[in-house]
Design a protein around this ligand. Structure first.
Ligand SMILES: C[S@@+](CC[C@H](N)C(=O)[O-])C[C@H]1O[C@@H](n2cnc3c(N)ncnc32)[C@H](O)[C@@H]1O
Length: 364
């Protein structure tokens, strides 16, 4: 693994993408959520009837029109994905009070249905339940029947594939093996509920169209990228916002393309990958996988681990983890709207530190 490249493009993702057909391995994204107030303007500026429907308290028509805009995105995603490529969408349902009537709008099922009719094979999805202890999470009439509502504390990660399973050629097999995930990562990531990922900080400090970013935490795209692509693949996020998917792609050794229609957000996103601390912050994420694995090893009986991982010389559970390789970032630089990331091999001192519990990651 030598280098990856990351493009940031100002684009309206409700329209055709300027990306070749069958050229992208994976799409990971979180779109503006229909019927969540902060996105009314994003949808309404593309279709004026949406705001008129909301003003008339006609939530159902507003919801339909908003999804008709997103439908165009999913059609484009289908076109640009390679056969066997995956689409992973983080989406929440919306609750809203319009004209004195409170109800839920099921974004997740609307998107699953349209993607199925576009041609995707819809697969089991993940419920992302964000840990929260907020006492004000309950809505409605408190302890008195019958006017209270069940809390909405989960979002979805919808998963779909374009066509049949991806076939790896003989030449691609070693790269696939190096892109393997640890046994315990498989057990946790491929479960249908993620309860250990906290939401991200939402306040935007840069000059943008909004004050809240609606960013997802980097663990979400990081896991999905490692679950559904291999080193050197290309990942697209058509609603890239603060660029979390591209940062996750950098930590995972994948190329990325980020689209967003907020020029201020996009230009600030383009700046931050080159800031000095970014390399160290991203390397912390890469080495966290190794540290977590070594903590898992320490908890178990050594007989549990039947194999030795060759590049790192550490115990692993299965033969499939034998070639699993981690590549920390050596340098990041930017030219115009492209960021290039160079990688290095893991140092033996980093492996030793993960074994013997020293936390700090040495600088080069
Ligand atoms: C839910 S946020 C995504 C946040 C992102 N995952 C992150 O971690 O920062 C949705 C993003 O879609 C962008 N957006 C809204 N309408 C768009 C459109 N028509 N084309 C492209 N981007 C759009 C917004 O600017 C916003 O950044």
């Amino acid at each position: 693994m030598k280098s990856t490249s990351h493009k940031y493009i100002l684009a309206d993702s409700f329209k055709e993408f300027n990306i070749s057909s069958s050229s992208v391995n994976l799409v990971v994204t979180s779109p503006p959520y229909p019927m969540v107030e902060m996105w009314d303007e994003s949808f309404g500026s593309n279709d004026k009837s949406i705001i008129a429907h909301i003003n008339k308290a006609d939530g159902q028509h507003a919801f339909d029109k908003m999804h008709q805009l997103l439908d165009k995105t999913w059609k484009e995603v289908y076109r640009i994905l390679k056969p066997g490529g995956f689409l992973c969408i983080n989406i929440g349902d919306s609750t809203r009070n319009l004209g004195g009537r409170f109800r839920i709008y099921h974004n997740h099922s609307r998107i699953n249905n349209i993607c199925h009719s576009i041609g995707f094979d819809t697969l089991p999805s993940i419920i992302w339940r964000k840990p929260t202890n907020a006492p004000n999470k309950f809505m409605g009439s408190g302890m008195l029947p019958a006017g209270a509502y069940v809390t909405l504390e989960h979002e979805y990660i919808l998963i779909m594939r374009k066509g049949e399973k991806r076939v790896f050629t003989k030449d691609e097999k070693e790269n696939r093996s190096r892109s393997a995930i640890f046994w315990e990562e498989r057990n946790s990531w491929f479960s249908d509920q993620w309860t250990d990922v906290r939401g991200s900080r939402q306040k935007l400090t840069i000059d943008s169209l909004r004050t809240r970013s609606a960013a997802f935490p980097i663990e979400i795209p990081q896991r999905l990228i490692q679950m559904y692509s291999a080193y050197n693949d290309t990942v697209l996020d058509p609603f890239s916002g603060t660029g979390t998917t591209s940062l996750a792609a950098m930590t995972a050794g994948r190329n990325s393309i980020s689209l967003d229609n907020d020029s201020k957000l996009l230009s600030s996103t383009l700046k931050f990958p080159t800031k000095r601390p970014t390399k160290h912050a991203l390397n912390d994420h890469i080495l966290k996988r190794l540290n977590q694995h070594m903590n898992y090893v320490k908890e178990k009986d050594m007989l549990f681990f039947r194999y030795r991982n060759m590049p790192m010389g550490i115990p692993v559970k299965t033969l499939q983890e034998k070639l699993l390789t981690l590549f920390p970032i050596k340098s990041i630089y930017r030219k115009d709207d492209i960021v290039t990331v160079n990688y290095r091999n893991l140092k033996s001192s980093e492996v030793r530190e993960s074994m013997f519990g020293k936390k700090s990651v040495p600088d080069e």
